[in-house]
Design a protein around this ligand. Structure first.
Ligand code: PLP
Length: 401
């Protein structure tokens, strides 16, 4: 039997606070007369002010979990319909990712990521759980192609021979910073690679609904959730974990609501529950999100308008880039464009280009922060109002001329 959890994850699962069963079953004379009367927690509110208490526990209210399930079942087409017992709500997606590190790895273990990658993975996995990143180089191979998986295989074999303990592969799907989606076949290939090597796969789907139309890429791959794939014969489902939240698709980074979905690995969710005091979402954010996700006409309209506006901003930004001869990689998802300023400012280091940008009063992050394989690349965020974008691009083009 493969072990589907680390030693640390196992011991965290054993630490679930016993009073969570109390919070899970609160007494109410009319709706739950057999529930538990909670005289044990220092809360100074009337019982109907549920939203300002510790609620139903530390991993999201029952109502929010139900709202998430309904929403994800409607939008991500999961093979197995999501139930509240399949997920934990956390204070943002960073927290959900960190819970994966706590539960699946021990300090000094490694998670694999393809270059370039979302820079905060280093902090999220590294700073508290002590999990390191094993960066995979593609050497010009398209990271969204089947062949890319061979690069992971090579990096895995080489790292294994150096005695590194590798526990998981982290996919950002759609990708940050490249703004592209993985096809079902490529996702399956990644999962087969994980299965062959006893690795978990963590799919960060935070940009799932921010996929838009790029007329210059008419056949662009659209988003496919890992939840929608039939895992039979591909990977043990207890090795598959997904995170999503409201920070990006609903433009609400300050709301701090995310979730970790692990449909077949109860222990991962128990380990997460074990440290849920550190990840408890605000009950007010919990309430707001519950009603937001339950409002179908609002969410449908919001997602549609968001996609339209992202496409418009992308069109505007890329027209500006083209007219100034700045090369970039086309994409159709998320909020950024991978631009090659090094191709325009010849023989300059990333620091020198960054300094020129700052001198003109504009900031964009250098590819080096994202583990880019080549220097000169920058990640330009285009999801701004047109006035901001226009001013920023004006400054950018001045800086590199
Ligand atoms: C790929 C990815 N995952 C996770 C996060 C963090 O999300 P949150 O603000 O919900 O913690 C971000 C934020 O930029 C992101 O780009």
């Amino acid at each position: 039997m493969e072990r589907a959890i680390s030693n640390r994850g196992n011991s965290l699962a054993a630490q679930i606070p016993s009073f969570l069963t109390v919070l899970n079953d609160p007494w109410c004379p009319t709706t739950n007369p057999d529930g538990i009367v909670n005289l044990g927690l220092a809360e100074n509110l009337r019982i109907n002010a549920h939203a300002l208490t510790y609620g139903d526990g530390f991993s999201g209210s029952h109502k929010l979990k139900a709202s998430f399930c309904r929403f994800i079942n409607g939008r991500f087409s999961p093979q197995t319909a999501l139930r509240p017992s399949h997920l934990a709500i956390t204070s943002g997606v960073s927290n959900a990712l960190e819970c994966c590190a706590w539960a699946l790895a021990d300090p000094g273990d490694y998670f694999m990521v393809g270059r370039p990658y979302f820079n905060a993975f280093r902090t999220i996995f590294g700073s508290r759980p002590g999990v390191r990143l094993l960066e995979v180089e593609f050497g010009g191979v398209d990271p969204f192609s089947m062949v890319a998986v061979q690069r992971y295989e090579r990096a895995f074999t080489e790292a294994k021979s150096r005695g590194l303990r590798i526990k998981a592969l982290v996919l950002c799907s759609p990708d940050n910073p490249l703004g592209r989606c993985y096809s079902e076949n490529v996702l399956k290939e990644y999962m087969k690679f994980c299965s062959r090597n006893g690795l978990h796969i963590i799919s960060d789907e935070i940009y799932a609904l921010s996929v838009w139309n790029n007329p210059r890429l008419p056949n662009a791959q659209v988003f496919v959730s890992i939840l929608s794939i039939d895992l039979e014969g591909i990977i043990n489902p207890s090795f598959v974990h997904t995170v999503w939240g409201l920070s990006k698709d609903f433009g609400a980074t300050g709301l701090r609501i995310g979730c970790l979905v692990s449909q077949s690995n109860k222990l991962v969710l128990e380990a997460t529950e074990g440290i849920s005091l550190h990840n408890i979402p605000s009950s007010l954010a919990d309430q707001i999100t519950t009603s937001l996700l339950a409002n179908d006409s609002f969410t449908t309209n919001y997602i549609e308008v968001n996609r339209y506006r992202l496409a418009e901003s992308y069109k505007f930004a890329t027209c500006q880039l083209q007219s100034h001869g700045i090369p970039f990689l086309e994409c159709n998802a998320a909020f950024f464009i991978w631009v090659n300023l090094g191709a325009v400012v010849k023989n300059a280091t990333a620091e020198e280009i960054s300094a020129r940008l700052r001198a003109e009063g504009v900031y964009i992050a250098a590819g080096e922060h994202y583990g880019a394989e080549q220097t000169g690349w920058f990640r330009l965020v285009f999801s701004h109002p047109l006035t901001v974008l226009e001013e920023g691009l004006k400054r950018l083009t001045r800086a590199i001329q």
